[in-house]
Design a protein around this ligand. Structure first.
Ligand code: BGC
Length: 710
């Protein structure tokens, strides 16, 4: 009988002759027992640990490949801000893209990333990171879409749709992974309400949008590691949500017990043959593991790979798509659209931004002015073929001006430069040493083949062998403000030049109370990607309008935030963080969730009164009341009029672009999940008690807006 090869099976599924599951069974029938077990972990030997980072920068990492049958296995590549293989397009970080509130743009970015991943040999992308940023100190906040379940779900779903046209999309990290330093050991304690109603709805949304796979988290949840957590991986994911795809572990330290992870519902241990390779043969012989579980797990993975391959109808992308002009332009557009103008006060009778044409001398100041600064140096590190720093961008955009650069190390020199210029642009904020994935987690021990191995020597080897520059300090942020010396620099420069604009770089909220009133202009640029310098200059000149809206509130004080202990071994997550905690406690944000200025102004008005009984899109009239073309984000909030202190919840949004003086009526989609509750006993969702009203606004509404309308 002819062999049943993978390409033949994909063809039969495509033709409708087989289901993916039936095709997977055919493939499984061809496999040796060893090959079947090989489906359940990565294809690398543990001895390759030291070279892993280098390998990931050059190739996709496979799991379960069976070359003799043409079966590629799962071929993984990260990550959230672009493809980590080769010299790919470095897009603005996820948080910057969250600030675009533009799912269509995000879907196009997903398509671009998927093409670049595919062209470099991957069929599976780890780019969809949607952990809710419970606290802005989280080192990896930049990899996610902020702190609102509806925004997280909508943007994550958009990226997923875009990616899936070329590669399988993996959504991560399931679940409650939002602390970095303690990520390998912290136990997150959460009740059923907070879990299902706050921390998981966006995962469900992305899965419903077609995510092929889920990556489990490192941390534990209610006492069980996420990679061995049956309630999460089986009861919720598969039984309650009906997820048909496969689950992979977070890497190396995401599995502690091969058998426990398997029986809990984790399909593939990534990326090494490690715990499972050692434990499963024995466990099968002794009867501790049912062969049917191994079979069902392998089937899920193979069916997932076949299903995606059969659905894929794009042309095979060639390597020329990698960092092509079109993708770079997309990176630049996303950086512009995600930049949030926080403050734009008048100087000489006009808002400080855009800068007036014809400036003769501009001082560009600050430690980050001449750095492209693409984000952290963890697993999401992308190495684009070129970068543009803010200084490069400003030089290119103001060809007629003399540009003076001072890095700020010598404050007096920087002040002198500012004093002698017609405008000062300061670039300050965070970098890979301040925040990011922390690969050095000194408190974690790893057991390999039963031998305890502390991480320190491993990390030293990894550090020595990997490309220089990767694995910077990272970790959770120590500071929620700018560095004190940068605050000082801002104050001194602002005192020397009234036309001072501060461009802030960073992955999440920054407290700016010490200096924000002292400068007329503040632009939150996040980590704006490889074309970031051009994008910043586009906004400064006014060639483009900054389109961003905050994907998380910027608080006025650290005390207004939830409890956060980077060293915690146990922490309780409740449903109070971000804007909703500020609202409950009566603390005003420095800038509320959803806030952002443009170069024009808008009026929005809901065209119907609405309670929370219908999810039909709401009609909203939007008018550009200013003097130039621009955009706003219409935001719908559900407000409970029966509550003593209303805590508005985002239930929908839509970006609208209009010419000067134009008006239009748009339909804004609604997701009422935030107004619903789940009964833990029956798992049924019902309306949360209250008198709900939907209001249209341009940022999270304060009491006056709630009372009198947006
Ligand atoms: C990260 C994941 C990533 C994986 C592979 C882990 O350290 O937590 O987000 O996908 O590495 O790069």
């Amino acid at each position: 009988m002819a062999k049943t090869t993978y390409p033949e099976l994909v063809g039969q599924v495509r033709a409708g002759a087989l289901t993916p599951e039936a095709a997977a069974d055919r493939l499984l029938a061809e496999l040796t027992p060893r090959e079947r077990l090989g489906l359940l972990d990565g294809d690398l030997g543990i001895f390759q640990l030291a070279g892993l980072a280098k390998l990931m920068a050059t190739t996709a990492i496979s799991a379960g490949a069976i070359p003799r049958l043409g079966y590629p296995g799962v071929r993984f590549s990260d990550g959230p801000r672009g493809v980590v293989i080769g010299n790919s397009t470095a897009f603005p970080v996820t948080m910057a893209r969250a600030a675009t509130w533009d799912p269509e743009l995000e879907e196009r970015i997903g398509l671009a990333m998927g093409r670049e991943a595919r062209a470099q040999g991957a069929n599976y992308s780890g780019a969809v990171c949607i952990n809710l940023v419970r606290h802005p100190a989280w080192g990896r906040a930049q990899e996610s879409y902020g702190d609102d379940p509806v925004l997280l779900g909508t943007m994550g779903a958009a990226l997923t749709r875009g990616l899936r046209r070329n590669v399988m999309a993996c959504v991560k990290h399931f679940a409650l992974n939002s602390m970095e330093n303690a990520r390998f050991r912290v136990d997150v304690v959460v009740d059923e309400h907070a879990l299902h109603e706050a921390y998981l709805p966006h995962f469900r949304r992305v899965i419903e949008a077609g995510a092929d796979s889920v990556m489990s988290a490192y941390n534990s949840v209610n006492g069980a590691f996420a990679g061995e957590n049956r309630p999460l991986l089986t009861d919720i994911l598969r039984d309650e949500w009906g997820f048909r795809g496969f689950v992979t572990s977070d890497w190396v330290w995401g599995v502690h017990d091969g058998v426990a992870s398997l029986t809990a519902g984790l399909d593939v241990e990534m990326p090494f043959r490690m715990h499972r390779a050692r434990e499963l043969p024995k466990a099968l012989r002794s009867g501790r593991v049912d062969p049917a579980v191994v079979e069902a797990t392998g089937r899920r993975v193979v069916a997932g790979v076949i299903r995606h391959a059969a659905q894929r109808d794009e042309e095979e992308p060639g390597r020329e798509v990698v960092a092509c002009a079109e993708h770079r332009a997309l990176a630049r557009a996303a950086a512009v659209e995600g930049m949030v103008l926080l403050r734009n006060e008048p100087v000489d009778g006009a808002p400080v931004l855009p800068l007036p044409a014809g400036l003769g001398r501009i001082a560009v100041i600050g430690p980050l002015a001449d750095q492209a600064n693409l984000g952290d140096h963890g697993s999401s590190l992308v190495r684009p073929p070129s970068t543009v720093s803010p200084l490069d961008g400003i030089r290119a955009a103001f060809p007629g001006a003399s540009i003076v650069h001072a890095d700020g190390a010598d404050v007096d020199a920087a002040v002198e430069a500012a004093r002698g210029a017609e405008a000062a642009v300061l670039v300050v904020g965070m970098g890979a040493d301040d925040e990011g994935e922390r690969v050095v987690n000194e408190d974690m021990d790893l057991s390999i083949f039963g031998f305890p191995l502390t991480l320190k020597p491993v990390q030293r080897i990894v550090g020595a062998l990997t490309s220089p520059g990767q694995f910077r300090r990272g970790g959770d942020r120590d500071l929620l403000t700018l560095h004190p010396q940068d605050e000082e620099l801002v104050l001194r420069v602002a005192a020397a030049n009234p036309r001072t604009v501060v461009v802030v770089i960073g992955g999440s909220a920054i407290i700016m109370e010490r200096w924000r009133q002292a400068v007329p202009g503040i632009l939150m640029a996040w980590y704006p990607g490889m074309e970031g310098g051009h994008a910043i200059a586009d906004v400064l000149t006014g060639a483009e309008e900054p389109g961003g809206r905050l994907p998380m509130a910027f608080p006025a004080a650290a005390e207004h935030l939830p409890f956060f202990d980077p060293d915690a071994s146990r922490i309780v997550y409740d449903a109070w963080w971000g804007q909703r905690k500020l609202d409950r406690d009566g603390n005003a944000a420095a800038w509320p969730f959803g806030f952002g200025l443009g170069y024009t102004t808008f009026h929005v008005e809901a065209l119907e009164e609405r309670d929370a009984s219908s999810e039909a899109p709401l009609r909203v009239r939007v008018g550009n009341t200013g003097g130039r073309e621009g955009s706003t984000v219409v935001q719908l909030y559900a407000v409970d009029d029966a509550a003593d202190t209303p805590v508005p919840q985002l239930v929908g949004f839509r970006r609208v672009r209009l010419g000067a003086g134009e008006e239009t009526v748009v339909d804004v989609p609604i997701d009422l999940t935030p107004t619903r509750q789940r009964d833990p006993a029956t798992r049924a969702w019902t309306a949360r008690p209250g008198r709900w009203r939907i209001i249209a606004a341009q940022h999270s509404p304060d009491a006056a807006l709630i009372r009198y309308g947006g």
